[in-house]
Design a protein around this ligand. Structure first.
Ligand code: OFO
Length: 165
């Protein structure tokens, strides 16, 4: 059993994780359309990660004996600008998710829900990794600046990313 407040917040987070998955797939499609297949693959892996997160929350709510209530998600934008602008948006989004996870953790503390606190610790560590890997890509794109050959080289490197749960 979860408290009503904890259940509502977890259901809300499930919605946010589903939206994140949609957002990254939309970014992947956008950037592939510009000819950056490697970045598109990187963002598609990001989509797979968010789907994994969504299902992790989904299974957790079930394991606490509750029913998951799926909510409608907004359509993501379909234009994210240049690779630099796109990856800036990825980082901003991950920072927002970190804030959401921290809020969720605070709710678990306020509700004296120790099991949820332990469950959420995985996400707290995951967010450190997510922000770090996104910042790394963003820094490289920033350093490359206006050099198309280097950008294509980076694109190739990003295309090697694979999903590892
Ligand atoms: Fe990219 O993060 Fe989910 O939680």
């Amino acid at each position: 059993m979860l408290s009503k407040k904890m259940l509502n917040t977890l259901n809300e987070q499930i919605k946010l994780e589903m939206y994140s998955a949609h957002l990254y797939l939309a970014m992947s499609s956008h950037i592939e359309h510009q000819g950056f297949k490697g970045m598109a693959k990187w963002l598609r892996v990001q989509y797979e990660e968010e789907t994994f997160h969504f299902l992790k929350f989904y299974d957790y709510v079930k394991s606490r004996g509750e029913k998951v209530i799926l909510k409608a998600i907004d359509a993501p934008p379909n234009d994210f600008g240049t690779p630099l602008e796109t990856f800036r948006k990825v980082l901003e989004h991950e920072q927002q998710i970190t804030a959401d996870i921290n809020k969720l953790y605070k709710t678990a503390i306020d509700q004296n829900d120790f099991a949820s606190q332990i469950f959420l610790q995985w996400f707290i560590s995951e967010q450190v990794e997510e922000e770090d890997s996104t910042s790394e890509v963003l820094n490289k794109i920033q350093l490359i600046g206006d050099k198309p050959t280097d950008l294509l080289y980076l694109d190739k490197e990003l295309g090697t990313r694979t999903f590892t749960p």
